[in-house]
Design a protein around this ligand. Structure first.
Ligand code: ZN
Length: 161
């Protein structure tokens, strides 16, 4: 039986996950839950950056990886992500690649900033990627940059995604 999304219960679960993650010392104050349309929880998790020394272990990425493993599928069509805070560009990308049906966030970027989590520079960067004093971003074309795509295109019975 399908339930109506968004459902506040799942956002509260995501927030509880965020709190549990902080209490455990695992990472930043962020939690997430992935459920299906029927309201079954597929996976829940929180930020694991500190405990895993993994800068990509944001709550959303953590829970997407868990849900994909649980469903044995690299796409999460038919699933809904509830995240305790507005996603960073990486988590937006992960959510798009996961083909989630919907993403709902609780706290805003302004809330996160009050705890010194500021990803506004990253959001700006994605709109206009360019080198800065701290980091270099440049196109580096070489002779065979298309070779991996040519190989991919030549495979007839591949799993497309
Ligand atoms: Zn993120």
């Amino acid at each position: 039986m399908a339930i109506k999304h968004p459902d506040h219960t799942f956002m509260k679960m995501a927030i509880d996950e965020a709190i549990n993650g902080v209490k455990a010392g695992d990472g930043g104050p962020f939690g997430a839950v992935i459920v299906n349309k029927a309201g079954k929880v597929i996976a829940s998790g929180h930020n694991m950056v500190l405990v895993n020394n993994d800068p990509t272990a944001h709550a959303e990425v953590t829970v997407i990886r868990k849900a994909a493993a649980a469903l044995n599928n690299f796409e999460l069509k038919g699933c809904i992500l509830y995240t305790s805070c507005y996603p960073c560009p990486m988590c937006m990308g992960a959510s798009l690649w996961a083909r989630l049906d919907a993403v709902y966030w609780g706290a805003t970027s302004a809330d996160a900033l009050k705890a010194n989590f500021d990803d506004s520079a990253f959001h700006s960067f994605v709109k206009n990627p360019k080198s800065t004093v701290e980091q270099t971003w440049e196109h580096l074309p070489v002779e065979n940059t298309f070779a991996p795509f040519a190989l991919w295109n030549s495979i007839v019975d591949k799993t497309p995604y």
